[in-house]
Design a protein. Structure first.
Length: 189
């Protein structure tokens, strides 16, 4: 049986993440999918384009992960875990990650994809917008600055950021002190 037919049967011809029933296609799970049913998912165009960064992430669309994370299919668990990790600055996503249970080999598979994306991908803010050196960003939550004895308050503007080797972090000056900030707690200004 071809992969697409097997996935249609497994998913009941619905997106395996959000449940949509139109514009469905086979999605091979990166970074090293062999194209098999076990390493693929049947997903809608919206889910695929937001996961790949072609479209901005619509946080409300991903509330569907509260259901799909409980799938019995390891491939769907992996995709749910990766998207919840991407959205971890949102309280619903962090709560879901805290509740989610994965077998060891499934967790390893999910984290391999996260690691590959982080080393290859651009630095992105909390909304998935790509950040560049020199951009201005705003903090989306209060952050305690270790070693400097102050708290960077929500709404603080950080001007002229610098990128680091790690796409999860940027450097910028807050209160005259150069610090490293987690990109997931920033919004491009």
């Amino acid at each position: 049986m071809p992969v697409e037919q097997a996935l249609q049967a497994r998913s009941n011809s619905q997106c395996e993440l959000c449940g949509a029933s139109d514009q469905l296609t086979v999605y091979s799970i990166p970074p090293e999918s062999d194209g098999s049913v076990q390493q693929s998912a049947y997903l809608c165009h919206t889910c695929i384009s937001q996961m790949s960064g072609e479209q901005a992430i619509d946080i409300n669309h991903w509330r569907c992960l509260n259901d799909s994370m409980w799938s019995q299919e390891p491939a769907i668990q992996v995709l749910s875990y990766r998207m919840l990790h991407k959205l971890s600055s949102e309280s619903f996503a962090q709560d879901a990650l805290d509740m989610m249970y994965l077998e060891d080999e499934v967790r390893t598979w999910a984290e391999q994809g996260i690691a590959a994306e982080q080393t290859n991908g651009p630095t992105r803010d909390c909304n998935g917008t790509e950040l560049s050196a020199g951009d201005n960003v705003t903090l989306i939550k209060d952050l305690k600055v270790k070693g400097a004895n102050f708290t960077a308050k929500q709404g603080t503007m950080v001007r002229g950021i610098s990128l680091t080797d790690n796409p999860e972090h940027i450097e910028g000056k807050v209160n005259g002190t150069k610090i490293v900030l987690v990109a997931a707690y920033l919004k491009k200004a």
